[in-house]
Design a protein around this ligand. Structure first.
Ligand code: DQA
Length: 142
């Protein structure tokens, strides 16, 4: 069975309530449900995982090796800080597409750098929660 993994990092469990002017009003549960429907229509299985903890995300990335066709990953603020998550992505062969709901380049300068983009297949930024679907389609229509 073909499988994709949807990973979300810190504070993304607060979507819908968190800074709605920046991140919108859609909850993570709704994003996960919508993406599950999309992937099922392509006969793929979607697994989902959210954590506020760097090490738990790293564990899930390591476990993904050999088990998925792709990972759709919004690493939240770890994007800008985590060498350890970058090393985890580099250590597996599963391609990762990085997703950001907001346009990080229009925001504070500390959000302009991604430590993960150089080891990711691609990056989708600033298209709202639709970015998750576009990332999924990039894998599903490959
Ligand atoms: C984010 C952007 C990050 O800078 C921020 O820390 C987040 C969300 C986004 O989806 O736009 O938590 O990844």
């Amino acid at each position: 069975m073909n499988r994709l993994l949807l990973l979300n990092g810190p504070n993304l469990n607060m979507l819908g309530k968190r800074e709605p002017g920046i991140y919108g009003v859609t909850s993570l549960e709704d994003i996960e449900d919508n993406l599950t429907k999309l992937t099922e229509s392509f006969k793929y299985q979607l697994d989902t995982f959210q954590s506020n903890h760097e090490g738990e995300l790293i564990d899930r990335i390591q476990q993904a090796d050999g088990n998925y066709q792709g990972i759709i990953f919004n690493p939240g603020a770890f994007t800008h800080t985590s060498i350890a998550i970058r090393d985890a992505i580099s250590s597996i062969t599963v391609p990762v597409i990085e997703v950001h709901i907001s346009n990080v380049h229009q925001r504070e300068s500390f959000r302009h750098t991604s430590l993960l983009a150089p080891v990711s297949k691609g990056q989708i930024v600033g298209l709202g929660v639709k970015g998750y679907q576009l990332a999924a389609l990039a894998f599903l229509e490959e």
